[in-house]
Structure formats: structure tokens, C-alpha cells
Design a protein around this ligand. Structure first.
Ligand SMILES: [Zn+2]
Length: 475
């Protein structure tokens, strides 16, 4: 086991609502990075899953008139279907309602925090936003309402267990400053450092157990269940068998990267490292924080009627068209924008007229004029491409590939192989063979980004025939 290992996680998603394009983005970006590392012959583990022990689920299940577990199972099937349609190559889908896989490790971690003296009981009064699954401070509210959910938080007074997060402020700050825990991009690193500058508060880590509550029982206290974030964050190690069978844990922890959205930075860059430090476990190496996807410059919302459903896009355009848009036309660092018109125009321009047309032109020439398949060889990835992917900049990596597609198109226009083959058949054949080899080199770069299309093109090259219409034009 000398080769490098690479462990990447996505957040685990709430099954109380459908997955939206933002979730699709997180997961596609992760999948491209993971596939790249697999192609580099690293030992890779790719984790995703569902965050199920939350009060939101109880409410959503009640509204749907279903028992919580039935409701969850159906929702999770929907997630898995979407991930299959996006061609997401995860190794494990963890569900935090899984009592065998997840609960033993979550409880072991709790015990470690308790043994370190970092868990204590205290009466607590605060403003609880169910949408956030978190207490908010009055200064975070706008007109008494949660700015993100538009609802008034409940005032709750209860006795809870607290985690002594304040104790770890300076250690976490140091690790982030010195890059032992890298936070990418720089803007997010500065954001979390200024939060750490103010000092971290201890966090409520449990809720009293009620008749309707779902959640992991606090070890040695049946009257309390773990706070959902405490339970959810631990999925990154319980999935690897922490507290159960620790073979994978020994092999893959610490995570090489947690891919997260900007809204959950605080949990991953403060609470999670605090928990790991308390338990004496290594911290993840990198937090990669991406922005949100807006539509027409506005946050997608039902009221505005600008929600773009990934399922609809997949039905209309197919897996690789959606992967392509998310990979190249959404910046990993800023908020990205998408509209139906924009999507269609990019599809026609870059895929139908771009890649699809190129593959068809080259392979039509090859099929017509060459006696048999061109032998293609593996070409190592150029530095520009690997650099971008090592830094999770899938948009820059995809730009590079489309640059190569443009060059190849230009070469065909300039060298006119369809004319040359008539005037000088030998030279013509040799030129067409070169074009096929260059198409194969481009195709290799496509493999992590558009795996389905890449496979179709290489199959066409091997069979020396024109591929099916990869991206039919949309009018
Ligand atoms: Zn809220």
C-alpha cells in the first residue's frame, strides 16, 4: 500500500426536501476530483450520505403523512437516483439513521469528548431556528426572523449538555493560520479566522428527548439525544468504521478534503476541528468551500419562480450536459448563475457544435479514409490540467480541455484533410491519423469530467467509426 490515498467527503444532505442544483454542484465537483485521483492510481474513498436525525424530518414526515423511517427511505432512494443520473462514483452512502453503521462511532466520539472533560451540563435559554437546526443569536435576526428561513425562532429553555469548544479556539486558529487545516478559498479562510478572533462559545450538544424526537441517545443518559450537528459531523469517521471496525479508518483518516457549501463553514472549521482535537484525532487536511448557485442573479426560490430542478435538466439534456455546465460555468469560489436560456445556448455552443461536432468530424474522416483503427497511446496529463484539479478548480481544468478542442477544430479547418486526401492520399491518411490521436488525447482529459461521453468517444476510436450523435442540437 505504498501509493497515495485520497479521502474526499461531501456534506450529508437533509432528506426533508428535494436535492437542488447546489447539491448537484457539490457532488459533481467532488466526483470530478475523485475520478481524477483514481486515474492517478491513488487509493480513493469517496463518501456522501444523508443527515437524518433531525427534527425537520419529523415535521416533513408528518406533513407527508408517513412514519419518519418510511419517509426517509423514500427520500434517500430519490437522492441515490439523482446521484446515479449524475454518474456520481461514490464508494459509500452513509445514513445517520443507521444504528449499526453510524451510531456506535457517534457514541464513542461523545465518550472521548466526555473523557477529556469537555462535556458538561447546563441550563440553556436561546432562540432556536428549526430550519437551521441551531440556536441563533439575536444579532443574527432581522426583524425578529431568521434571515435565511424567514421564520421566527422559538425561545427554548432547557437543560442540555454542552461541548467546551471555547477551550480549542486558539489551537484551531493556529492550525488554520499555519495551513495544517487548509481552508480554500482565501476569502473563507479570512472569514473563519475573524470569527476565531472573537473567540468561540461553548455549544449546546444535546436536546432533551421527547416522544417525537429522533436522534442518537447520549451515552449513559437516556433522557437526552445528541444535537444533530454533533451527530452529523461524526459521519466522516463513523463511515470509515470508527467505533466499530476501524480498518478503513486507519487507512483513510484524516480526510484529504471535506467539500462544503459556504453556509456550513462554521460547523466544519470550528465545531468539527474542536471535536477532533478533544478526542485526540487528526484534523482533516483541507476544507474546500464553494458558493451558491443563483438563477438570473437571484437566489432560487419558489416565490420568485426561478427554481431550476436538476432532474428536469437531466431529462432534457442528459447527464454529461449537466456535469459540463456545473464543471465549467460555475466558479468554485464565487456564487454561480444559471438560467434555462443560458444553459441551452452553452449546450448548443460548447457541446453540440463543439465537442460533439469535433468527434463526429474526425471519426467520419477516419472511418471513410483509414483502413483500420488508429493505435492510441496513453499520454500523461499536462501540468496545466493536473494543477487545476489538484486545487479543485474544475472550471479551470475544463477550460483547458475546451481550449484543446478549439485548437483541434482550428487545425482541421486549416489543414483541410478532406481535400488533402484527394490530392495526396498518403499525406492525407497520415494527417487524419494524427487527428484521431489528438482526439484520443482530448478524450483522456474528458474522462474525469464527462465519463460517459469519454467512453463513447474512445469506443468509436477503437472501432474506427463515427460515434452516435453525442449532443443533438436543441432548437
Ligand atoms: Zn434559520
Amino acid at each position: 500500500m505504498a501509493e497515495k490515498k485520497f479521502f474526499l467527503t461531501t456534506p450529508i444532505f437533509y432528506p426533508n426536501a428535494n436535492l437542488h442544483l447546489g447539491h448537484a454542484y457539490t457532488t459533481v465537483l467532488s466526483d470530478i476530483v475523485v475520478r481524477y485521483h483514481r486515474l492517478q492510481k491513488e487509493r480513493v474513498y469517496f463518501l456522501t450520505g444523508a443527515d437524518e436525525n433531525t427534527q425537520k424530518i419529523v415535521i416533513a414526515a408528518r406533513e407527508a403523512g408517513k412514519p419518519p423511517q418510511k419517509f426517509l427511505d423514500a427520500r434517500v432512494e430519490g437522492f441515490k437516483k439523482l446521484f446515479a443520473d449524475l454518474n456520481i462514483s461514490y464508494n459509500q452512502f452513509i445514513r445517520t439513521s443507521d444504528k449499526e453503521v453510524h451510531w456506535p462511532g457517534a457514541q464513542k466520539l461523545w465518550q472521548k469528548l466526555a473523557e477529556a472533560g469537555d462535556i458538561y451540563k447546563k441550563e440553556y435559554e436561546g432562540l432556536y431556528c428549526v430550519g437551521h437546526e441551531a440556536f441563533l443569536t439575536s444579532k443574527e435576526l432581522i426583524n425578529g426572523k431568521c434571515p435565511e428561513h424567514g421564520t421566527s425562532p422559538e425561545r427554548i429553555k432547557e437543560e442540555n449538555y454542552f461541548f467546551r469548544l471555547s477551550k480549542y479556539t486558539s489551537e484551531i486558529k493556529k492550525r488554520i493560520e499555519f495551513g495544517e487545516l487548509r481552508v480554500i478559498p482565501e476569502t473563507r479562510k479570512n472569514e473563519i479566522l475573524s470569527l476565531l478572533e472573537e473567540g468561540l462559545q461553548d455549544v449546546s450538544f444535546s436536546r432533551p428527548k421527547t416522544a417525537s424526537s429522533i436522534g442518537i441517545p447520549v451515552p449513559d443518559d437516556d433522557s437526552q439525544v445528541m444535537y444533530v450537528w454533533c451527530d452529523a459531523l461524526s459521519n466522516y469517521i463513523t463511515a470509515l468504521g470508527y467505533g466499530r471496525d476501524e480498518k478503513l479508518f486507519a487507512e483513510f483518516w484524516p480526510a484529504d478534503v471535506h467539500v462544503i457549501g459556504k453556509d456550513i463553514l462554521r460547523f466544519h472549521a470550528a465545531i468539527w476541528p474542536g471535536m477532533l482535537l478533544s478526542a485526540g484525532l487528526p484534523l482533516p487536511k483541507t476544507l474546500f468551500v464553494h458558493g451558491f448557485i443563483t438563477s438570473g442573479g437571484k437566489k432560487m426560490s419558489k416565490t420568485l419562480g426561478n427554481v431550476i430542478d436538476p432532474t428536469e435538466l437531466l431529462q432534457e439534456y442528459g447527464t454529461d450536459a449537466v456535469r459540463y455546465y456545473l464543471a465549467r460555468h460555475v466558479s468554485p469560489f464565487e456564487d454561480g448563475d444559471i438560467t434555462h436560456e443560458g444553459f441551452k445556448s452553452i449546450y448548443n455552443g460548447d457541446l453540440a457544435n463543439g465537442l460533439g461536432n469535433l468527434a463526429s468530424r474526425v471519426m467520419t474522416l477516419a472511418q471513410t479514409h483509414l483502413p483500420g483503427p488508429v493505435k492510441v497511446e496513453f499520454v500523461p496529463y499536462p501540468k496545466e490540467f493536473t494543477d487545476a484539479l489538484e486545487k479543485f478548480e474544475v472550471n479551470r481544468a475544463t477550460d483547458y480541455v475546451w481550449g484543446r478542442i478549439g485548437e483541434l477544430d482550428k487545425k482541421i479547418t486549416e489543414t483541410e484533410p478532406f481535400k488533402l486526401i484527394k490530392t495526396d492520399p498518403e499525406k492525407g491518411k497520415s494527417l487524419i491519423s494524427d487527428l484521431v490521436r489528438e482526439l484520443a488525447a482530448v478524450d483522456l482529459l474528458l474522462e474525469p469530467i464527462l465519463p460517459g461521453t469519454s467512453k463513447k468517444i474512445i469506443e468509436a476510436i477503437i472501432a474506427n467509426k463515427k460515434p452516435e450523435n453525442l449532443f443533438p442540437r436543441k432548437e
